[in-house]
Design a protein around this ligand. Structure first.
Ligand SMILES: Nc1ncnc2c1ncn2[C@@H]1O[C@H](COP(=O)(O)OP(=O)(O)OP(=O)(O)O)[C@@H](O)[C@H]1O
Ligand SMILES: [Mg+2]
Length: 375
């Protein structure tokens, strides 16, 4: 797929001029706080229909109530005009002037893979970031999984609300959550294990052979429940039914604890995963440089796994993270990217920029929310 042009109205600090992109490589430079990330974020919105940073309202220009993104895109081998209008909870999508029956029909045909600076923290900060990373990757890997995640979240929120009932919850109503909760929890867990095992394998290859690091990289799932494994060697999706009873029994075992604390103490919302180097979690043992290389290997492996599974050349967004690497590693990372159109940003053009795009590189300078093409 390809993004030919984009124009946004009232998106953060961006001015509403239209930008025409190269089919191969686009580089956006500019001083801090001028709108480089905002431009990449508007592309992310257009191709995923969700915010990358903050809430919907954070993305709307201060003082306005809605934003709009207009673009020309090629997907499904045809060129389309795509309009996205976002106001509060309402997201209206028009393709060639018509609203698609389901947004999924559009999302199935486009793919964006992204690496933003805040993603550098995923391996070392709180578990919620790692859960979000793997759940968003799972929904991109298999679009119907988005509905599974939504169902799990809804069930968890309803159960937690019930647990907080003044005077205690009705036991019968509480028990009626056990079956639907364990069914969706098992599906979430099964997909996480499947994808994390694929990511672990490829991350190790890219970390050692691709980037040239020395340790063996691996990924482990961390659940507090016996019977939920920390890895899944089989290439197929684990049968979720094997986890259902584990959750079902744990809910019943922990019922009193949950009533006392007013929240659900077991489930994938409490789980975590970690990346290890030679068996040791990066959080506790790795140097800063190693964490950075591991992050790049993890992101690159996600890019490749999604590209292969979806059979679409993605739009690749890399926002100002390359400057974290030395020049040799930067070159290797660029060589390791999946094929596709790329958007890269940094304050200053890096020396290896010319290897991007084989002469098809377009360079834009961002100033006060306006991007100007300089070559
Ligand atoms: N909703 C909004 N309305 C108006 N301005 C906003 C909004 N959200 C963010 N901004 C502003 O947009 C400006 C550009 O932000 P952005 O993150 O794109 O900068 P950047 O060029 O990526 O900078 P850096 O090099 O520091 O990463 C910031 O000054 C920020 O305060
Ligand atoms: Mg930025």
């Amino acid at each position: 797929m390809l993004l030919h042009s984009i124009k946004s109205v009232n998106f953060r600090n961006l001015k509403s001029g239209s930008l025409e992109f190269s089919d191969r490589a686009n580089f956006i430079s500019g001083r801090n706080g001028h709108g480089k990330t905002n431009l990449l974020e508007s592309i992310y919105w257009l191709l995923s229909l969700r915010p990358k940073r903050g809430t919907v309202q954070d993305c709307v220009k201060k003082g306005e109530s809605a934003f709009k993104i207009e673009s020309d895109l090629t997907f499904g081998e045809l060129k389309h005009h795509v309009n996205l209008d976002v106001e509060g909870k309402s997201k209206k999508l028009h393709i060639d002037g018509t609203q698609p029956r389901r947004k999924r029909d559009y999302l199935e045909q486009v793919l964006v893979v992204d690496f933003f600076p805040e993603d550098l923290l995923i391996l070392v900060m709180e578990p919620a970031l790692r859960r979000r990373f793997i759940d968003i990757a799972s929904a991109q890997y298999s679009l119907p999984h988005e509905e599974v995640l939504r169902r799990f979240k809804r069930t968890l929120e309803q159960r937690n609300r019930l647990l907080k009932t003044p005077g205690g919850p009705d036991r019968g109503v509480l028990e009626s959550f056990d079956r639907p909760f364990s069914e969706s929890a098992a599906l979430v867990t099964s997909m996480r294990l499947h994808l994390l095992s694929k990511l672990g394998k490829l991350t190790d290859e890219l970390f050692r052979e691709g980037i040239g690091e020395k340790y063996e990289a691996d990924i482990r799932y961390i659940s507090s429940l016996d019977g939920i494994p920390d890895s899944w060697a089989d290439q197929n999706l684990p049968d979720p039914s094997q986890f259902q009873d584990i959750y079902f029994n744990a809910l019943s075992r922990n019922r009193s604890v949950d009533i006392d604390s007013g929240r659900t103490s077991v489930g994938p919302h409490r789980d975590d995963w970690c990346l290890t180097l030679d068996g040791k979690p990066v959080r506790q043992f790795a140097s800063r440089g190693e964490v950075r290389s591991a992050m790049f290997a993890l992101h690159l492996s996600r890019f490749h796994i999604l590209t292969e599974k979806r059979g679409i050349e993605p739009v690749v967004l890399i926002d100002d993270v390359m400057s974290e690497l030395d020049i040799e590693r930067r070159k290797r990372v660029l060589e390791l990217l999946p094929p596709g159109q790329i958007f890269l940003s940094a304050c200053d053009p890096p020396p290896e920029i010319e290897m991007l795009g084989n002469g098809e590189l377009r360079h834009f300078v961002m100033e006060n929310g306006s991007a100007t093409r300089v070559n």
